[in-house]
Design a protein around this ligand. Structure first.
Ligand SMILES: [Fe+2]
Length: 345
């Protein structure tokens, strides 16, 4: 903001204009307005750092992603929103399909974010990666039996599988990835197999499934890696049993790698502060910001070469599925339908 002042003063002087009024010499502060579904403390820290470096203020509206998209749609061209941030590529794709995002051409973002983790037209960019994996009870399970997602549908897992509901977008995206690779019929038989093997009707979030493994309600939970990483980093007494008993398996999808998803962001279709929005996205893929994401929320950085949190290192290396995540939004309706037909509650 300060850098504008000398230029304005110079222009005023060279035109022989009258002395500038208070209003004319005090430009509006630069801001960027974010609608975010992410609910992690690390984001606040990142936005503070961005403001310190650039002088650009960050305002955040936090709500569920469906609510944020409805709000954006309703506000239309009058929306103050510059950036939509969510924790699922499928949701970002849905926002694009509804015309809520605009393309961004940034050599920096395109260089850093791998092509499969961003929209081909630049409407959204992945910022952090999470894998959807199996967390198992080390006392009861041989991880060699969990090499593929399909393995979990075998009769040996009857009554032993914990997973959250079909309404959860992470599960929908996993099923969408299966449809993309193997078709709807294969995805249907996987969903049916999982439903058959469930230890209980789905309830709670991913962390609840992890704790239920420790309680002996089931032996394998389907969960995102950052929930397991955060649990491993936790000092809370009620998490200690789970910390001791859980192991992590990285199943593969057919002959592809492990299913991954991103938290990501796109610039809103009517962003009033587009330059500031792009500056923030570029900051979020910088080495410093990526390290904070990695350590603070136990997510895999999108930027190659940035170290992983030690909890994730301990889970081991794995091969990520290279599917372009654009497919998660495109195939979401089929995934929801498939899960419904399989009676996944
Ligand atoms: Fe989450």
């Amino acid at each position: 903001m300060k850098t504008y002042l000398p230029l304005i003063a110079l222009l005023a002087a060279s035109c022989g204009a009258p002395p500038p009024t208070e209003e004319a010499t005090t430009p509006e502060p630069r801001v960027v307005n974010i609608y975010s579904h992410r609910h992690y403390d690390v984001d606040k820290e990142l936005f503070t750092q961005f403001t310190e470096r650039t002088g650009i203020e960050v305002n955040v509206v936090q709500a569920g992603d469906d609510e944020l998209m409805a709000r954006l749609q309703q506000e239309g061209a009058n929306s103050p929103c510059d950036i939509l941030m969510t924790s699922d590529a499928g949701r970002l794709g849905a926002a694009k399909a509804r015309g809520l995002l605009q393309p961004v051409e940034s050599a920096e973002l395109q260089r850093i974010v791998p092509a499969n983790l961003r929209d081909p037209d630049g409407h959204w960019y992945g910022l952090t990666v999470r894998a959807r994996v199996f967390a198992y009870n080390k006392d009861k399970v041989d991880p060699a039996r969990l090499a593929t997602y399909d393995a979990l549908t075998a009769p040996e897992w009857r009554g032993r599988v914990l997973v959250r509901s079909a309404e959860n977008v992470y599960n929908q995206s996993l099923v969408a990835a299966m449809i993309a690779h193997n078709g709807e019929e294969a995805a249907m038989s996987w969903c049916r197999g999982i439903v058959k093997n469930m230890a209980r009707d789905p309830k709670g979030g991913d962390t609840d499934q992890l704790l239920a493994v420790a309680e002996g309600i089931g032996d394998v939970a389907i969960a995102n890696t950052y929930y397991i990483g955060k649990l491993m980093a936790s000092d809370e007494p009620e998490k200690q049993k789970a910390k001791a008993v859980l192991g992590v398996a990285f199943p593969i999808l057919g002959d592809h790698g492990t299913h991954v998803n991103v938290s990501g962001a796109g610039v809103a279709a009517h962003a009033p502060n587009k330059a500031e929005a792009v500056a923030l996205l570029e900051f979020l893929v910088s080495e410093d910001a990526q390290s904070l994401f990695a350590e603070g929320n136990k997510e895999y950085p999108v930027r190659p070469g940035v170290p992983w949190a030690q909890e994730l290192e301990a889970f081991g290396k794995f091969r990520m599925d290279s599917l372009n995540l654009e497919a998660l939004a495109r195939l979401n309706p089929e995934a929801v339908k498939t899960m419904g037909m399989a009676e996944w509650k």
